[in-house]
Structures are given as structure tokens and as C-alpha cells.
Ligand binder design. Structure first.
Ligand code: GLU
Length: 449
């Protein structure tokens, strides 16, 4: 029997999840689903000062909204005893050593190395301290931080995305694993958890590549088989710059609540962006899981284009039938939208929230803008008889044009302003039957209706 695939997503609850972190989460989750594997959600909350319960809650909410679930949930803050055990072993094995430099001293060392054209690798000054110097520091009340002693040997792995990756141990600064106050840091906790939870693969952003080189030696030091690794290139904006503008900078919760996107438009984009497969919108996860293969992801930087996301979203909305739409409508406070209304307006929506404008215009109250009473009176006079259909607008404006000689903006704008109270908005042809003759007449007569 082949080994079950075990993967994790490990966010730090120090901020909101954005499109970039959720991409790692979703690809990892798809990998687990496609391989009938196990998916762990691990909350990396050892930074007590920056970790916040509201960020943690938003992680659950964001992932759940996107349709992901996890087989197990772990918190690093609850595993401190276990980390202490491993720390003892690493100290006993001589792989953790105490350092007494202050942050200022370290920064001076770094500056001096850089000014001499040398890489800012820790010089292991702490290993040269005499017993007297250590006693002096201790007497001054200095508390040590602890570093992992890297071995000077090649570190090589076959990355599922980057191919062979090679580092030399001597080129990597010994990472700090324990702070002055005794609390363990990310590198240590992450490696211990990855080992204890039996991770077979680690999928994360390429900003972690050099961390991985150190982590692999740490896996060896704690006696765990090295997992397989996949480092995803980070997303850029459409011009190839840092993803910080507009939609890319918004949290997933904002994309849901403020932009009004469908979860599956985000999932459809993230599953295929940066792969050789075409990006299409899918109304369920199943086809995304079925076509998932990590080897389809390339090394090139994928561009996140919000237009593409909106295009996928409008396609999904156009295909959303009423029973599915009802759930979303309830979430945006529009449970009263009827099936007929939904079917008329959905081809015009890019986002579900666009329906709010349509709903208000159709049902009122609208404060009409009428500047030309004579024209408005003429429009009332020429109103076609009920029932109104999608053809009524053409018929009506044709008659007004023939009678008044107005055309283009002169003809349409005063009607739009009277009927909707706005200068722009949904197509009036589709909207008119929803407004109906009664409200149209009232609004053209300057009554809010
Ligand atoms: N908490 C780390 C982060 O958010 C996890 C990185 C990893 O996947 O190991 O960057």
C-alpha cells in the first residue's frame, strides 16, 4: 500500500488572509483531495504579541467560505511542552548553542560584513566565548537566544515545482530557534510539527526556499525523514510588480463582503493560475480536484489580474440558478428577491451585489430627478399599455422620439433620471418591466415611489 499523503496549511494569525496566502491553502487542499490525503490546518500562533483571535476567526471563516475543510486543527501555542522536549535533545546533541549578542551588536556585525562585501551570515562569535565571558554576560543579566548549528554540507532536494534545488550549509546563517525569553521561534516549531504530524509534503511560497534549506538539516537533527517540498512562485500584479494594489490587497472577507465575489470564482482562478491548464469558471470543486496535478504548476511568476477574476465571477453568476442564488442573496440581505426577478436580472450582473441597484430601482423608493416637466408629461402620455415586456422600452422611446424629435442622450437621460433617480445603472430595457407602469408614472410625476 502506498503511503497516505499528508499536508498542512500553516497560517500565522497576525493578519487577514489575502489572495496570496489563500492560494497556498487552496493548492495544498486540492493536492490532499486529489490524492485522498490528509489536510491539517495549523495555526502558527507562537508570536503572542501579534497573534489575534479575530485574525484566527477570519482564517476559519475565509477557508470555510471557499469550501475548504480540514481533517485536524492544531495550535502551536498548545504544544510548548513538546517543543521544550526537542529543545533539550538538540541542546544535548550540541545542535543548539547559546548566543549573547544584543540586537544592536548583531546589526553592527551585519553592517560591517555588508560593507566588506561579505554575505551577512552569523559569524558564530558565540562559540568562541570563554567561560569567563559567558559568566560576565550572565552576571550582567543578559539572557541568551539560541541558534541551530548548521552543518557544512550540501543540502539538495528535488522540489516538485523548482526541480533540483541546492544550497551549501555554510552559506546559511545559523537560524535563531529560541528567543531571549525562552520562547521557541517559527523554524523550530514548524519543523517539529511537520515531523510529529507526519507531513509527507510541504507546499508553501517560494519566499520560504532558504528557510527550507535550514529546515531540512533540522529534520535530520530531530530524526525525521525529510518530507517532499513544493515552493510555489508568489503572485504578482498584471505588470509584474508586487501584489499590493486593489483586489490583490484586499482580504478574502473583503472580496466576499465588499466586492461581492463568489467563492468559486476565486477557487476557479487559484486552482489554475500558473498552470498549463486553461482558466475557466467552475460551479463546484469537483472538476478542479479532478484536473489537479502539482506538476502542472510552473516556476514563472503568475500574474493576478482582477479583470480575470471578475470575468470568472460574472460567468458564474450568469449560470447560477435560483436555488443556489437564494443562499447568496440571503447573505447580502436580499432574501425577498423572487425567482422571476433573479432570472431577468442575472445576465446583467457581474457580482451578486450588483443586484442591489436593480432591486432598489425596481421596488423603490426612488427619488426621481425631473428637470423638464413638459417632456416628462409627454413621456407619461406616450406610455405603452400594460403588461410591459423587454420590448416596451424600445416601443416607448420610439414613440417619444417621433413626437419630440429628441434622440440619443437628450432622449434617454431624462427618462433614466426620472425612472431611477440616477445618471447610470442597469439597462432600462430589462428594468422597465420590473418597475411597471404605476411606479414609472409616479416617478415621471416627481413622486418618490
Ligand atoms: N506560518 C508560516 C507563514 O505563514 C508558515 C510557513 C510554512 O508553510 O511553513 O509563513
Amino acid at each position: 500500500m502506498t503511503e497516505q499523503i499528508r499536508v498542512r496549511f500553516a497560517p500565522s494569525p497576525t493578519g487577514m488572509l489575502h489572495i496570496g496566502n489563500v492560494r497556498t491553502a487552496f493548492i495544498t487542499w486540492l493536492f490532499a483531495q486529489a490524492n485522498k490525503g490528509y489536510f491539517l490546518l495549523r495555526i502558527d500562533d507562537t508570536d503572542l504579541e501579534r497573534s489575534k483571535p479575530e485574525y484566527e476567526a477570519a482564517i476559519y471563516e475565509s477557508l470555510t467560505w471557499l469550501g475548504m475543510s480540514w481533517d485536524e486543527l492544531a495550535h502551536q501555542s498548545k504544544r510548548l511542552d513538546r517543543y521544550a522536549e526537542v529543545i533539550e535533545k538538540l541542546k544535548a546533541d550540541g545542535r543548539l548553542y547559546a548566543c549573547y549578542e544584543t540586537p544592536e551588536e548583531l546589526s553592527l556585525k551585519r553592517k560591517s560584513q555588508l560593507s566588506q562585501g561579505m554575505p551577512p551570515i552569523y559569524d558564530r562569535g558565540a562559540l568562541k566565548l570563554t567561560a569567563e565571558q559567558i559568566a560576565k554576560y550572565e552576571a550582567e543579566g543578559r539572557k541568551p537566544h539560541w541558534r541551530f548549528l548548521m552543518k557544512d554540507e550540501p543540502i539538495i532536494w528535488q522540489d516538485l515545482i523548482r526541480g533540483e534545488v541546492r544550497f551549501e550549509g555554510k552559506d546559511i546563517s545559523d537560524p535563531v530557534l529560541i528567543r531571549e525569553d525562552g520562547s521557541p521561534l517559527y523554524h523550530l516549531c514548524s519543523v517539529i510539527d511537520d515531523a510529529d504530524f507526519g507531513m509527507t509534503h510541504i507546499i508553501r511560497g517560494e519566499d520560504h526556499v532558504s528557510n527550507t534549506a535550514a529546515h531540512l538539516q533540522m529534520f535530520d537533527a530531530i530524526g525525521f525523514n525529510r518530507p517532499q517540498l513544493a515552493h510555489l512562485p508568489l503572485l504578482s500584479d498584471p505588470e509584474g510588480g508586487k501584489l499590493s494594489k486593489r483586489l490583490g490587497a484586499l482580504s478574502i472577507i473583503q472580496l466576499r463582503d465588499e466586492v461581492g465575489l463568489e467563492p468559486l470564482s476565486i477557487c476557479s482562478l487559484l486552482a489554475r493560475l500558473g498552470t498549463s491548464d486553461p482558466i475557466e469558471s467552475f460551479a463546484s470543486h469537483a472538476p478542479l480536484i479532478e484536473s489537479f496535478d502539482i506538476s502542472k504548476f510552473g516556476r514563472g511568476t503568475p500574474k493576478f489580474d482582477q479583470e480575470e477574476l471578475l470575468r470568472l465571477n460574472s460567468k458564474l453568476i450568469h449560470e447560477l440558478d435560483y436555488s443556489a442564488a437564494k443562499i447568496r442573496l440571503a447573505q447580502i440581505g436580499l432574501e425577498e428577491v423572487t425567482e422571476d426577478f433573479w432570472n431577468v436580472v442575472r445576465p446583467n450582473l457581474e457580482k451578486i451585489t450588483d443586484i442591489k441597484d436593480w432591486w432598489t430601482v425596481a421596488n423603490g423608493p426612488v427619488t426621481p430627478v425631473v428637470n423638464d416637466n413638459e417632456f416628462a408629461a409627454k413621456a407619461i402620455e406616450l406610455m405603452p399599455p400594460a403588461p410591459w415586456t423587454p420590448e416596451t422600452w424600445k416601443e416607448w422611446t420610439g414613440a417619444i422620439k417621433a413626437e419630440t424629435g429628441r434622440k440619443g442622450k437628450e432622449l434617454f437621460m431624462p427618462l433614466r433620471q426620472a425612472l431611477t433617480g440616477m445618471d447610470h445603472g442597469p439597462e432600462l430595457g430589462d428594468l422597465l418591466p420590473l418597475i411597471g407602469p404605476e411606479k414609472a408614472k409616479a416617478r415621471l410625476s416627481k413622486q418618490a415611489a
